[in-house]
Structure formats: structure tokens, C-alpha cells
Design a protein around this ligand. Sequence first.
Ligand code: PMV
Length: 330
Amino acid sequence: MIEASAPGKIILFGEHAVVYGRPAIAAPVHSLKAIAKIELIKGSAFPGVRDQVADAVSAEDHPPSSLYIHAPDIGLSGWLHAIDPGARLAKILRKSLELLQGDQFPSFKLTIKSDIPPESGLGSSAAISVAMLKAMAEYLGEDLSLESLIGHAYELEKIHHGTPSGIDNTVVAYEKLIRFVRDQEPQPLQVGEAFAFVIADTGVPSPTGTVVGQVRDAWQADQDRFERLFSQIGSITADAIRALDRGDQEDLGRLMNQNQTLLEDIGVSSPAITTLLQAAQSAGSLGAKLSGAGLGGNVIALVDPRTSGAVETALRQAGAQWIQQTTIGA
Ligand code: PMV
């Protein structure tokens, strides 16, 4: 059996502006995981099959080089060749095989499980793609470099989200706090001391592609204004890198609030987001903002370990559907 995993992620600064070439900061969330597991299907003997995948799971009839997908989280199980070819997961699996040049292989069962809430700005689709590509590459005997993993996962993100910047697949594959600029190598960032965040879900699903499309329409209608907003976010991100480096909690919190104000100007905040942000601030958070595409999804609040419990309670009382804590630089 082969198993691979990838973490969730949060965007600390720069979402949306990053689509338009400005820098952003993202961090992996290791307590959240997508897992891809591969088992050889009985009756698929093939020269060169690796010993550790000899776990037989099914003797059902199937053509050679078949993939059986088992995705219990979305209630889907079946042979890839029998799934509607227009279904997103089918497109993703076919693209993955194409990218990994998997045309002839011993048939296998791929199980995908994830505890990352989907469509909530936590990188669920990117984590599933990265975990799946890592497991499939190992099974197919392909030595996948980090750069190819990021590139392949970007191709899959395009199927999910249309025109993503590439930040999600990059941070999830890289598994480090990074500064990300579109079409550039990610830069790992240093932190002067640990920063603790509470992540809280509005419970409102927010498909990234739709929100990015709405921002694009608004940008097209008033490019000067939106370019100015994106540049302001870009300079906040640059200041945030310095605040992280100094370990300056107060400054980072203040910059998060400023970034949130600009995200409101862009039009991607929502009443549910505002309710959670106000609850976090009144319970002592040092700064808070939406994280990801917005119009739902998750918010992140920077907390002092002494007030994190109070912030968590306030967020629950304000209607957060799900809460998690994460630390950067611990
Ligand atoms: O997938 P999400 O919801 O975390 O959004 C990613 C960040 C955006 O800047 C909104 C989109 C992108 O591709 O960078």
C-alpha cells in the first residue's frame, strides 16, 4: 500500500491581489490533512510491480490499467472509465494520469479522504491534488520533483478554479510559510517568534472560481481603482513580512485589519465574515481578516496564547461552524 498526504493552508495576506501579480503570504496548516491511499487490485499482475503495493483489494472484472476511485467524503466510488467523463473528479483523475504519463499500469484502487472543509478557503482541493499526485507518482514509479509536483497540481487547480494564481497548490506542496508571487519561485519566510491564529468557519461555502470571477468583473469595470487596491494590499504584505521577521505581534495584527478593510473595498467580505471578525476583536484578538476567496469560508484571528480561549468562545457564540488553532513558527 502507498499513502501520501498534504496539509491544509491559510492565506495570511494578499488574497485576490495575488491573482493580479502582487505578493501574498500563505502558511500550511498541518493539523488538517488530505490523504491519498493506493492499493493494487487483485488480478493486476504486471511486470515490475513493487512489493509494498501487493495488498489485494478487489477481484472485480476490469480492463487492464484501470483506476477504481473511492472517495467516501463525497459519496463516490467506481471505476474511472464508468464515471461521467464530464464530472470534475473524472477530469482530475484523467489529467493526473496524463501528467504522470500513466497509460499502462497495474490496476489500482485510489482512496481519497480529507478533513479539510471544502470550499472554505483552506486549500482542500489543492491538498487533495497534491496528496493524490504524490501517491500516484510513487505507484507509477515516477520520481516527482517538488517543482513538477507544484506544476502538476496547478494544472489540476485550473480544472477546479479556472484561473488560480497558484498560491494554494504551491504552499500545500511546499509545506512551509511562504511569500508567493505568481509565476515566481516561492520564498520561505522566517518568523522572529511564534504567531498563533484561530481559524473559524462562517459555514457559508465559497467556491473560489466564482468569487475570483466576480472580482475580475469588478476589476474590468474600474481597473484604476482595483489596481490601486491591489497595490495597497501588496505594500501591506511587504510590511507583514517585516513584522513576521521581527516577531511583532501588534504590528501583524494591525496589518491584518488593514488588509481586511481593503478586502471589504474589493467586495469579498460578507455579513457572516464581519460578525465573526467583530466577535474575535471584542474578545481580544490582535487582528483578524477573512482568509481565501471570501464571501463566506474562513476567517483567521491572530491571538495571544492568553486570550485564545476567550476568542475561540466568542467565535463559537457568534456562530462559527468549525474552529481550529494553528501556530506559525512554533
Ligand atoms: O482557494 P482560496 O479560497 O483559498 O482562494 C485562493 C486565493 C485567491 O487569491 C482568492 C485566488 C487565487 O487563485 O490566488
